[in-house]
Design a binder for this molecule. Sequence first.
Ligand code: CA2
Length: 177
Amino acid sequence: MPKTTSTRKSGKGSEELRKAILVLHGPNLNLLGSREPQHYGLATLEDINQALKTRGEACGVSVDSFQSNHEGQLIDRIQQAKRDGVDFILINPAGFTHTSVALRDAMAATGIPFVEVHLSNVHNREPFRRHSYFSDLALGVIAGLGSQGYELALEFALRHLHVKVASHGSQKTEKTH
Ligand code: CA2
C-alpha cells in the first residue's frame, strides 16, 4: 500500500500559503531498518519521515512523505504535487533511479525544483548504479550519507525557499550500529 502522511494546508484569505515540501521514496524503501543495514542504515522510513516532518514544522513548512513500490503511483503523486502547488521535492527514486524514463519525464514535466537523495554511495557500488535518470534535472544530489542525507537535503530546500529556519534541536535519525 502506498503511504502518504498529511496534506497541504492553505492559509485563509490573502494569507500566504505555507510552503510545502514533498518527500518521495521509491521501491523497497519501505523495508528500511529491517535489512541490508550495511548499505541503508538502521533508521526506518517512519523515522526518516517523522524527523523531516518535525523539522519542517519547526520552520512553519509542511513536509509530506509518500512511498510506493509502483512506478505509476509515484508518477501520479508527482502530477498531484504540481496541482497542489508543492514548492520543492526531495526524491529517492531507489531502483527507478537507474531505469525510469517515465519517472524522469514526470519530474521534468512538473518543473518543481528537487534534490535527489540516496542513502548509499551509488558510486562505490555496482557500475549500473552510477547512472541516474534524475541527476541532470536535480538542483543537487546527495549520496552515501545515510538518513542524514535527507536532513541535509531538507535544510537546502528550506534555504532555497527562503524559509526563516529555526535553530536546530538535537534531531537525529542516524542510528548507531
Ligand atoms: O542508496 C539508495 O538510497 C538507493 O536509492 C537505494 C535503492 C538502490 O536501488 C539505489 O541504487 C540506491 C534500493 C532501495 C532498497 O531499499 C532496501 C532497504 C532495506 C532493505 C532492502 C532494500
